[in-house]
Design a protein around this ligand. Structure first.
Ligand SMILES: Cc1cc2nc3c(=O)[nH]c(=O)nc-3n(C[C@H](O)[C@H](O)[C@H](O)COP(=O)(O)OP(=O)(O)OC[C@H]3O[C@@H](n4cnc5c(N)ncnc54)[C@H](O)[C@@H]3O)c2cc1C
Length: 429
């Protein structure tokens, strides 16, 4: 009973993974003390969109119905078509000659149920409302994690402000540049994310302006304009009041140590000089365009370490490019499986078994996303192996490649992990 009460977990990082994990553990694990350490002064997300497929929204509800309600609240202005479509696909690059430019060539059917784009900041604000006062500590950047010297088997977090904190284990949700990942993986080549060969301009327009450019219908549903070495995605966010633009382009390397940089409108337009007027007009009008270099993680050999006891969650474990719109969805799935397993963990000695079971079921699926997402980015840019700019081959591939993500039964993974936990399986990472 004493050990029962003494379990305490440190969550490092308060993005989508860290916040949903905090809400999940507060709900499902009243026997565990939870503290969230965030390096920034406050919770925050950039002013851009993020999309979730219905399967991920259903998983949100399995974690805590209030998370799915938060999503629905932020997405209720989205146009829902029947049948639902993930993207309406068009060609936007004038160098492609054998097609009606700008016209719909096929759709990628989606799945039924709540889903689609939301404004990141709005969704995060709703999640923050679910975290009680006092659970999160800000301006706490983790520098190091060591084992406690008191024989307790605890971990000690060392922050850049010189302070420390002792907990039973650490859950690292500190994103693609994760310090916690480097502590778990040591000097492995898999620590650092690699440039994927793609970068993206992200920006927003008031929906009214998008309607002036594209007409009333097109801006209100998700669109993909494909081209050579680039593609442009648009979808409505903020309950249909904003038009979100993500325009991708290619280059072999990324030298800047910053992965998000301001850009000039002229440089951005240069990348789309061969594209149709409608796309160029969208690009001309987006507010304050940023460029995002798109990096992804090499496959991590493990998502946890036993000494010190640490587990990686979300992008810290498996940061992906965004080309299948499921990176944040994988965070949600991680959180569901891990929080369910932790709800059955009442002793510090069981934590390693939990992390091992989580690692075993989450690694194949989350790392498959990283690999196939990079391939999808090439596909949408007419670079797919054996596909190129063959629109029929592209259609067949596009209409089938997402099924393993969207039709997945996450409860099977959880059952498998529970079975492993019951067997008390353990491995040395
Ligand atoms: C252009 C683009 C578009 C995308 N679109 C989609 C999409 O449509 N759908 C989708 O599912 N996914 C999408 N993704 C992926 C998605 O954004 C990520 O998978 C998700 O946001 C990762 O969340 P996270 O909480 O793991 O990490 P993050 O959001 O990076 O959060 C990490 C947190 O940790 C904090 N932190 C960092 N270091 C430390 C430290 N040392 N100590 C303490 N705190 C620390 C940070 O301040 C931050 O708050 C997209 C990604 C990009 C780049």
């Amino acid at each position: 009973m004493t050990e029962h009460r003494s379990l305490s977990l440190a969550i490092v990082g308060g993005g989508i993974a860290g916040l949903t994990l905090t809400v999940a553990l507060l709900t499902k694990c009243p026997h565990i003390n939870i503290t969230l350490y965030e390096s920034a002064e406050a919770f925050g997300e950039i002013g851009a969109g993020v999309g979730f497929s219905p399967v991920m929204v259903r998983t949100m509800a399995l974690i805590d119905p209030r998370i799915a309600e938060a999503f629905v609240k932020c997405s209720k202005g989205n146009t829902v078509t029947d049948p639902p479509n993930w993207f309406h696909v068009r060609v936007g690059d004038q160098r492609k000659k054998d097609v009606k430019l700008g016209e719909e060539i096929f759709v990628i059917p989606g799945r039924k149920g709540p889903g689609g784009g939301v404004h990141r900041a709005h969704f995060l604000d709703e999640l923050v409302k679910l975290v009680p006062e006092g659970v999160a500590q800000f301006k706490k950047r983790v520098l190091e994690i060591t084992e406690a010297c008191d024989g307790s088997g605890d971990v000690v977090l060392h922050f850049t402000d010189g302070s420390t904190a002792q907990h039973s284990a650490v859950l690292g949700c500190d994103g693609i540049k994760s310090r916690v990942r480097s502590i778990v993986l040591g000097d492995s080549d898999a620590v650092k994310a690699l440039f994927s060969g793609k970068y993206a301009y992200r920006g927003l327009l008031p929906m009214s302006e998008a309607v002036e450019i594209l007409g009333n219908e097109t801006p209100r549903t998700p669109q993909m304009y494909m081209g050579y070495h680039g593609h442009v995605l648009t979808f409505p966010i903020a309950n249909g009041t904003l038009f979100n633009v993500v325009a991708f382009s290619s280059r072999p390397t990324w030298e800047d140590s910053n992965w998000v940089v301001q850009t000039s409108r002229d440089d951005m337009l240069e990348d789309y000089k061969d594209w149709i007027p409608a796309v160029r007009k969208i690009m001309q009008n987006i507010r304050k365009p940023d460029v995002w270099a798109l990096f992804n993680h090499p496959p991590a050999p493990t998502y946890y370490s036993a000494k010190p006891l640490i587990c990686l969650v979300g992008d810290a474990a498996h940061a992906s490019t965004p080309h299948q719109g499921a990176g944040a969805g994988m965070c949600i799935e991680d959180v569901y499986v891990l929080s369910e397993l932790l709800s059955q963990c009442h002793a510090k000695t069981t934590l390693e078994t939990v992390f091992h079971a989580y690692d075993t079921v989450r690694t194949p699926r989350s790392q498959k996303l990283v690999k196939t997402s990079k391939e999808a980015g090439m596909l949408w840019d007419f670079e797919g192996e054996g596909v190129g700019d063959d629109l029929e081959a592209l259609r067949i591939n596009a209409q089938t490649r997402m099924a393993w993500i969207w039709d997945h039964e996450i409860s099977n993974d959880l059952n498998e992990a529970r079975r492993m936990m019951q067997e008390g399986a353990s491995k040395t990472p």
